[in-house]
Design a protein around this ligand. Structure first.
Ligand SMILES: [Zn+2]
Length: 74
C-alpha cells in the first residue's frame, strides 16, 4: 500500500488569513492525522474537529495552530 507523497508548504500560521489554498494543497491535522482538501466541494473537517472548512462562507477553522500544517501533493 503506497501513501500519496506530500511536501510541507507551511505550519505554525498566526491566523487563517495567512493560510494558502489551492487545488493541490491539503490541510493536515497533526492531532488525528486527518487531511482535508483546501478547496473542498462541501463543508468538511478532520476527525477530531481541530481543522474544518465551512464551505458556505469559505471560512477555515483551526483549533490548535501548532497541530495544523499545509501540504502539497507531489
Ligand atoms: Zn484532527
Amino acid at each position: 500500500m503506497t501513501k500519496p507523497d506530500y511536501e510541507l508548504v507551511g505550519d505554525n500560521y498566526a491566523n487563517t488569513s495567512l493560510v494558502p489554498k489551492d487545488r493541490d494543497l491539503v490541510y493536515r491535522c497533526k492531532l488525528c492525522g486527518g487531511t482535508i482538501p483546501s478547496l473542498p466541494a462541501r463543508s468538511i473537517g478532520c476527525g477530531c474537529g481541530n481543522v474544518a472548512i465551512d464551505k458556505d462562507c469559505w471560512r477555515l477553522y483551526i483549533g490548535d495552530y501548532g497541530s495544523f500544517e499545509v501540504l502539497r501533493r507531489i
